[in-house]
Design a protein around this ligand. Sequence first.
Ligand code: ZN
Length: 424
Amino acid sequence: MPDVFADLVGQDEAVDTLRRAAAAAAAVLRAAAHRPDDADELAALVEEVEVAPGASGVSPGDPGAGMTHAWIFTGPPGSGRSVAARAFAAALQCVHGTGCGTCPGCHTTLAGTHADVRLVVPEGLSIGVSEMRALVLRAASTPSGGRWQVVVIEDADRLTEAAGNALLKAVEEPPPRTVFLLCAPSTHPDDISVTIRSRCRVVPLRQPPPDAVAEVLARRDGIAPDVARWAAAAAQGHVGRARRLARDPEARKRRDAVLAVPRRLTGVGAAFDAASALIEAAEAEAEASVAETDAAERAALETALGAGGTGRGAAGAIRGAAGQLKELEKRQKSRATRAQRDALDRALVDLAGFYRDALTMALRASVAPVHTDTASLAEAGARKWDAEGALRRLEAVLACRAAIEANVKPRIAVEAMMLALWKG
Ligand SMILES: [Zn+2]
């Protein structure tokens, strides 16, 4: 039976660290069971094994070795940060050992229904302070299952400054049985504040190799091995993206449209057309992905508001309703913007893969192409542009991503990129 870490693709080192920590956490609980009334003692036990930032490992024989209150999982998108955090949460709640995958503790954690595991998934561009305060408060309560209160924060890089401060207080003085698991692209100060980082142990994840991704798609999702191999290469180590490409014809169609861009850049007009097409495709994709949730949320809120009566206090109720609707619209707009940026970024990553293929071909490097289905096109590009021209184009795509990340208007950044790709 696969354990909770089975879906963490190509991350042997991280899994090893987490398994040891889960074993250590179980040892802490066993030790506490012999001294049930002494919570301080338990805190001291975990405290003992806290390691200074940058320090590695503790002696393996130590019963508390390797467990601490706060963790950061870092790695490129799709490497499995949140998969790792959830798996570790399950391992901490496992009643049999360190993440058997079958006991109620593992099962409910992975299904998202464990009473002592809280998961924060930001829908918009940032996680606000009120959400964080409520979370920190609940995390301080005694775990109902008698093990740990686990808080998983996906995209901790999207914390607002105030939310970050609320979290920092909790991480600095954690209740004895609370564990914080944060996910972020990196430990760069732009992603996570230096003070929070200094309180956490970092688990770096790497970009999983394509054959490891293909293996998990075939084993877990039952995807045909040749399709799995193609999708794993095309997704450039992003496990979720690989699964979508293998399963969703719409996702494949969007990718085909993006990879048709290089061949369509025949002049200035064509470059602007290509920019518009790319932006509009990202908008359409984002709209499709949020439309259903938006409509359901609005209907639910209207039903709730409609249940209010008339008469005295009705004016106040209407004012309240308008406020709530406005709040909902704000949240939905923020989520739509995020979805648009994510869709556009996926397109840019695909495009970068194409020019990377042209570059490696021009250099005659013995590297497998990212996009096997446009390899001949990349080959033609390599001959026409040479390594330098391919590299300049690859850099134009990466510069576009960086510009959008730095809040340049997407249309402006994409138009500049298309012109650079055309001129070379
Ligand atoms: Zn278990």
